[in-house]
Design a protein around this ligand. Structure first.
Ligand code: IMP
Length: 430
C-alpha cells in the first residue's frame, strides 16, 4: 500500500505537474496512466522550468522511479527529445530511472497525418485536437491493429509491422482525405533507430507496480488532461481519446482498486479550456485577458504543448461536483489562487439555467450543455498579492472564504492551495 491518484478536475492544465512534483517527494514510483504528448506538465524548481509531455513529473526528484504506463500512447521521437532535454538540465531519465510499459501503444507519423487530415476535414466542427496523433493511435488500439512498445525488443517484427501500418494508413490518407502518402521504409528505419535506444526502458508495468505496492512503497498515479476531456465522462465529442479519470488510472496501469488510498483532484481557482466545445462559465474581453495573462510568464494560460491561448472562465461548481462524483475524489487541490488577487468580485458558477430550468448537474449531451447559461453567486475578492503566503493563515480572509466556499459546495476537503508556480508556493490547508 498505497496508491494515490492525481486527476485533473476540469479540462486539463490544472497544474497537475506542480502538485505531482510536490507529492513525488514522498513517492517511490510515479506512473503516468493516460494520454500522450498532447499533455504539457510544467514543473518550476528555482530558476529551472521543466516542460514535460510524456515523462512523469516525478523524474525531477532523484528518488522516484518513473513509469509510462500501458494506458499511455508514446511518440518515441518526442520521448527521446524529452530524455535528452532533461539530461541537458542535469536530470537523469535513463533506463535506471524511467520505464515504459511493454503494453503502451506507439504513435507514428501516420497517426499524426491522420489526426491533421481528420481535423481539416471537420472544418468548423473541428475538435481542436493537439494534432499529436492521439485519437488515431487510440483508434488503432481499440480496433486491435495498434503497435505496442514491446515491438522495440523485436527489430524484425517492428520493421514489418511499421511497413504494414504505414501502407494501410496511406490508403486512407490518400483515398479518403486526398493527403500525401508517407514513405513506409523511411518510417521503419526511423523507428528502428528509436527501438535501439528505447529497448532498455521496456518493463512489465503491472509487475513493477505490484511488487512496489506489496512491499509497502508509495505509488503516485499521474493523470494527464482532465475529467471533462474523458472519453466517457467528459463533454463528448469534444474530448480526448483516453480516460483521464480515476478509473483510467487502474486500467492504464493494470492495478486493482484495493490499493487506492487517495484520489486527489486538481482544479484551478478559475476554469480554462483549450480547443472547441461548450464552456458555460466562459468569459471574454478584459476579464479573459486578466485571467489568461499576456503570455510573458510560463504559467500564463497558453498551451504548453501547442502555445494556443486558452479559453478562460470563472470557477464552475457544477463541473467540480461532477468531477468529485465520477472520480470518487477524496480531496481537492486548488491551484493558481494568486491569479484572482486584485479582482473586486469573484463570480462562482453554482448551477446552470436552460429553457427556464435550473440544472444542478452537468447535462450529459453537448447540445444541452452548449445551451446552458451559468447561474453565478458572487464572492468578495481580495486586494493583496498572495504569492508570498506560506501558510493558510497568511491568506486574506476573503481568499480563505473563497476556498472554504468551494470545499463546502463540493463536499470534499481542499487540502492544498497554490499561490504561484514554485515548490514553496503550495500551501497546506489546515
Ligand atoms: P487530442 O487529445 O489531441 O485528441 O485533443 C482533444 C481535445 O483535448 C482538444 O480539445 C485538446 O485541446 C484537448 N487536450 C488534449 N490534451 C490536453 C491537455 O493536456 N490540456 C488541455 N487540453 C488538452
Amino acid at each position: 500500500m498505497p496508491l494515490d491518484i492525481i486527476v485533473g478536475a476540469q479540462w486539463g492544465d490544472e497544474g497537475k505537474g506542480h502538485i505531482t512534483d510536490m507529492l513525488a517527494a514522498e513517492a517511490d514510483v510515479v506512473a503516468r496512466y493516460n494520454g500522450g504528448d498532447n499533455a504539457g506538465h510544467t514543473v518550476t524548481v528555482g530558476r529551472n522550468v521543466f516542460k514535460l509531455h510524456l515523462i512523469p513529473s516525478g523524474i525531477i526528484h532523484e528518488r522516484a522511479l518513473c513509469l509510462i504506463g500501458n494506458g499511455v500512447v508514446v511518440n518515441p521521437a518526442v520521448l527521446l527529445r524529452e530524455i535528452d532535454a532533461l539530461a541537458e538540465q542535469g536530470v537523469d531519465a535513463g533506463p535506471g530511472r524511467l520505464k515504459i510499459s511493454r503494453n503502451a501503444h506507439l504513435i507514428t507519423p501516420a497517426h499524426i497525418a491522420l489526426d491533421k487530415a481528420r481535423e481539416t476535414q471537420r472544418g468548423d466542427e473541428a475538435i481542436g485536437t493537439t494534432l499529436r496523433g492521439i485519437g488515431p493511435a487510440y483508434t488503432d488500439k481499440t480496433s486491435r491493429t495498434g503497435l505496442r512498445a514491446e515491438l522495440f525488443a523485436d527489430l524484425d517484427g517492428l520493421a514489418s509491422a511499421i511497413q504494414q501500418h504505414v501502407e494501410s494508413h496511406n490508403q486512407v490518407l490518400v483515398d479518403v482525405y486526398g493527403a500525401e502518402p508517407l514513405a513506409a521504409a523511411a518510417v521503419a528505419a526511423e523507428y528502428a533507430a528509436y527501438a535501439r535506444r528505447l529497448q532498455p526502458y521496456l518493463a512489465d508495468g503491472t509487475l513493477l507496480l505490484d511488487e512496489a505496492l506489496k512491499n509497502g512503497r508509495v505509488v503516485l498515479a499521474e493523470g494527464a488532461q482532465g475529467s471533462f476531456l474523458d472519453l466517457d465522462h467528459g463533454t463528448y465529442p469534444f474530448v480526448t481519446s483516453s480516460s483521464p479519470t480515476a478509473g483510467g488510472a487502474l486500467v492504464g496501469l493494470g492495478v486493482g482498486p484495493k490499493w487506492v488510498r487517495r484520489v486527489i483532484g486538481v482544479a484551478k481557482a478559475f476554469t480554462s479550456r483549450v480547443g472547441g466545445g461548450p464552456f458555460p462559465a466562459e468569459v471574454e474581453g478584459e476579464t479573459a485577458l486578466r485571467l489568461r495573462g499576456t503570455g510573458d510568464k510560463p504559467w500564463d494560460e497558453y498551451g504548453t504543448t501547442t502555445g494556443r491561448p486558452r479559453r478562460v472562465g470563472w470557477l464552475d461548481l457544477v463541473m467540480l461536483r461532477h468531477a468529485a462524483r465520477v472520480n470518487g475524489l477524496t480531496e481537492l487541490v486548488l491551484t493558481k489562487l494568486d491569479i484572482l488577487s486584485g479582482l473586486a468580485h469573484l463570480p462562482i458558477c453554482v448551477a446552470y439555467e436552460v429553457d427556464g430550468r435550473r440544472l444542478e448537474h452537468l447535462p450529459t449531451d453537448a447540445t444541452t450543455l452548449a445551451q446552458c447559461r451559468p447561474v453565478y453567486e458572487s464572492r468578495d475578492g481580495w486586494a493583496a498579492d498572495i504569492m508570498s503566503a506560506r501558510a493558510f493563515d497568511d491568506l486574506p480572509a476573503n481568499a480563505r472564504r473563497y476556498v472554504q466556499t468551494i470545499a463546502e459546495a463540493v463536499a470534499i476537503p481542499i487540502t492544498y492551495v497554490s499561490v504561484g508556480p514554485g515548490r514553496s508556493q503550495v500551501i497546506e490547508v489546515k
